[in-house]
Design a protein around this ligand. Structure first.
Ligand SMILES: Nc1ncnc2c1ncn2[C@@H]1O[C@H](COP(=O)(O)OP(=O)(O)OP(=O)(O)O)[C@@H](O)[C@H]1O
Ligand SMILES: [Mg+2]
Length: 377
């Protein structure tokens, strides 16, 4: 078991309030990704969990065992927390070969030699660096050093692994390979992983859960699918997904169990079973309609329920084509699979499934109408 609970954590650096009333539960076996823009507090959260920083208030539990109780000034020693860490800026021992760097912890634990050789080999293979075993850190590229650091952390098969942007120095292809290795490793070790990144694709592809931070506030914790389909706020919606979500201004009116929304997409009505807790009371208010680019279907012929639009520019990019469209005075981005040819100013008709769109309250920025799930198992 490796369950980690953070309760009401506050962390200040001087007068800078870096973590604000942070509550987070990492379940045993989770691959929890802490996601958010630079400076939002991801590394600080990881360091607080590891015991390298002391929060001014709050509690932390690991498997019901209290490891931090700020009120009583109790902070358990990092070494006793049984965690394994790879930092954003990793440090290898310069006077040791790659093999020895990775083997070090096992040697300290007095693991038999043959077993060390085999486990180090396995870790190096996973990170695609077995041919570098006899090199010294100074003879490696940044990305290679980074992979040695990960190999060193995983070789001990830790129950909890904390990783701070471990793939940041890798090129695009290697990053994809390493993502799938880490994902497999998570499954095979059954480990609890807390992973920090500001890369939303990394978060979406690897995690069982994503925790999204802005300015030291945890705004949403949920599965990648839920965070993508039902972002809790406008800024989460904007942060997650590439290409970016479209925001369309609208007027909303709630009357009891019915929400009516009017925008350039037309008039839509939604029932109370799609409302979130953030839905305001009866009345008129400004809203924002959120539509993902892939939710817009394009037809070259006029369709009965189609919304007329004009192609501003078409950007074929191999496996997909991005289309910039004008609908009334609103510009939208649509994504189509495959290579498609459109002329500038060509008229087209858009089809959007109202079930799949999100509605946000403009003033609060909160999600008020959920998308109904359309993802397949
Ligand atoms: N040791 C420190 N002393 C003072 N302020 C710090 C310290 N470490 C971090 N901060 C501040 O705390 C805030 C959060 O920093 P943190 O390193 O947690 O961000 P992050 O989300 O990991 O960002 P990045 O994606 O850039 O790594 C920032 O405003 C940062 O300047
Ligand atoms: Mg950081």
């Amino acid at each position: 078991m490796s369950r980690i609970v953070l309760s009401e954590i506050n962390k200040y650096y001087g007068s800078n309030h870096v973590l604000k009333d942070l509550n987070l539960v990492v379940e045993d076996g989770d691959f929890m990704t802490l996601l958010g823009p630079s400076g939002c507090g991801k590394t600080t959260t990881l360091r607080v969990i590891a015991g390298l920083e002391k929060p001014q208030s709050g509690n932390i539990y690991m498997d019901e065992r209290e490891v931090v109780n700020a009120k009583e000034r109790f902070y358990e020693d990092p070494a006793k927390r049984g965690l394994n860490l790879v930092f954003q800026s990793y440090a290898l021992w310069p006077h040791m070969t790659v093999f020895d760097n990775v083997a070090f912890g096992l040697k300290v634990e007095k693991v038999p030699k043959a077993q060390i050789a085999q486990r180090v080999q396995n870790a190096l293979e996973r990170m695609r660096i077995s041919e570098l075993a006899q090199r010294y850190p100074s003879e490696l590229s940044g990305g290679q050093q980074q992979r040695v650091a990960i190999a060193r952390a995983i070789v001990s098969e830790p129950k909890v692994l904390l990783l701070d942007e471990p793939l940041s120095n890798l090129d695009a292809k290697l990053r994809v390979d390493m993502r799938s290795e880490l994902k497999r490793l998570h499954r095979e070790l059954g480990a609890t992983i807390i992973y920090v990144t500001h890369d939303q694709v990394e978060a979406l592809t690897m995690s069982t859960k994503i925790a999204i931070f802005f300015d030291g506030v945890l705004e949403q914790v949920n599965t990648p699918m839920e965070v993508y389909q039902n972002p809790a706020s406008l800024r989460i919606a904007d942060f997650i997904g590439n290409p970016r979500i479209n925001f369309i201004p609208g007027k909303a009116q709630r009357a009891g169990d019915l929400l009516t929304v009017e925008s350039v997409l037309g008039i839509h009505q939604f029932n109370a079973d799609t409302f979130t807790n953030e839905m305001p009371g009866d009345g008129l208010f400004d809203c924002v309609v959120g539509v993902r680019p892939e939710q817009i279907e394009i037809s070259r012929q006029e369709t009965a329920a189609g919304i007329p639009a004009n192609i501003y520019s078409a950007m074929p990019a191999g496996s997909e084509t991005l289309l910039q469209l004008w609908v009334g005075d609103v510009q939208l981005l649509a994504k189509q699979i495959g290579l498609k040819n459109y002329a500038a100013d060509q008229p087209v008709w858009m089809q959007i499934n109202p079930e799949s769109i999100n509605i946000f309250h403009k003033e609060t920025g909160r999600l008020i109408k959920r998308a109904t799930s359309e993802a397949e198992e």
